[in-house]
Design a protein around this ligand. Structure first.
Ligand code: TXA
Ligand code: MG
Length: 335
């Protein structure tokens, strides 16, 4: 057990946290997407401690966070015109670019891959922490492996108190789902993980077709396990799972609402505790922002089952559904 320091996000505390990172320690910190669990990305021993604190498989690479566009050139051997365009349009912001890596980045950080995922977060506390640490910061989401990503400081405390050196507590995360991951190492750019920066946003800036990792559109019944090999190692693990079983209702929005209400009444009559997740399907950003927090609330109130309404799988809705279906283990009811 470590004696975890819980720090508010004052300038002095950010400097203190930066000192911990520079000394090879672990600090959880806010970003605009979700909270991250950070360590010096160039220090293999420090990064190794992140895997241990989260209980994370060691072949799952970490995203390296930088505080200025100039830091990008320190980490990757060349910058293409497409990378320039994406940097210009989306950094700081919720976009991770997978690019070739320079040898100074240890294998521990990249899970042994010869590429590295890099992003510049759009959050002042994160940017100040990175620049004061004097090193790029490797950071996965600051949850225990397999749990919903943390979007509120208390979520991080619940998962990591006693397992990390410090937690920088700030406001709730505004985006709420993790960054879009785009692989820039192939002949065509390919989305490995969808986020609030959508395929359309990327295609508009690049002026060309952006591919989607085909596994993102596959449901378990459409694939054999042997064929399920997402390019992003993290996408293959069981993810985001709440404690309670979860059921996703798909169909016409009105029918879905009715079916959820009926199911809730029925289950409650049997003495079960039920959480319902119903978003306004026209407000995809709100759905993204609240989704993980709602899973954690359901866990806190110790429900027996979570009933969730599917959103249309377009734009940001596609990204929310990517998380929702995984949380539910693809347990779907068509209505
Ligand atoms: O918004 C975010 O991206 C947050 C905040 C903290 O920045 N971070 C985050 O990290 O979600 P994590 O570790 O939970 O997810 C990183 C994802 C994983 O699916 C991982 O496999 C993939 O990015 N990834 C990282 N580096 C990669 C690489 N070189 N090639 C392919 N996938 C990579
Ligand atoms: Mg994660």
């Amino acid at each position: 057990m470590l004696n975890t320091k819980l720090l508010s996000d004052t300038t002095e505390n950010i400097a203190l946290a930066a000192g911990i990172i520079a000394d090879g320690g672990l600090v959880a910190f806010p970003t605009e997407t979700v909270y991250g669990l950070g360590a010096d990305a160039l220090n293999a021993e420090a990064v190794g401690k992140v895997y241990a604190a989260k209980g994370r498989p060691s072949d799952n690479p970490m995203i390296v966070h930088i505080a200025s566009k100039a830091d990008f050139a320190r980490l990757t051997p060349y910058i293409t015109e497409d990378m320039e365009k994406l940097m210009e349009a989306f950094w700081p912001g919720p976009l991770t670019m997978v690019v070739p890596r320079k040898p100074l980045i240890p294998d521990t950080t990249t899970g042994g891959l010869n590429t590295v995922g890099i992003r510049m977060p759009d959050h002042l506390v994160a940017l100040e922490l990175i620049s004061k640490s004097g090193c790029p910061i490797a950071a996965p989401s600051a949850n225990l492996s397999g749990k919903p990503s943390p979007t509120v400081a208390q979520h991080v405390v619940d998962d990591l108190d006693g397992r990390v050196d410090a937690i920088l507590c700030s406001n709730d995360c505004q985006v709420g789902i993790e960054s879009t991951v785009i692989d820039m190492t192939g002949e065509r750019p390919m989305i490995l993980r969808p986020g609030i920066i959508t395929r359309k946003d990327l295609e508009t800036v690049l002026g060309k077709v952006v591919l989607m990792d085909p596994t993102l559109n596959q449901r378990p019944e459409e694939r054999g396990d042997a064929e399920f090999a997402p390019k992003s190692p993290g996408m293959k693990y069981k993810h985001y799972a709440p404690n309670a079983p979860m059921l996703v209702f798909e169909g016409n929005p009105d029918d879905v609402r009715c079916a959820i209400v009926e199911e809730k009444i029925f289950r409650e009559s049997r003495g079960e505790r039920v959480a319902a997740i119903l978003f306004d399907e026209k407000d995809e950003r709100a759905a993204a922002q609240k989704f993980f927090a709602q899973l954690r609330e359901a866990d806190k109130s110790d429900v027996d089952v979570i009933l969730a309404a599917a959103m249309p799988e377009e734009g940001i809705g596609f990204s929310v559904m990517n998380r929702m279906l995984k949380s539910a283990g693809y347990n779907i009811k068509k209505v």
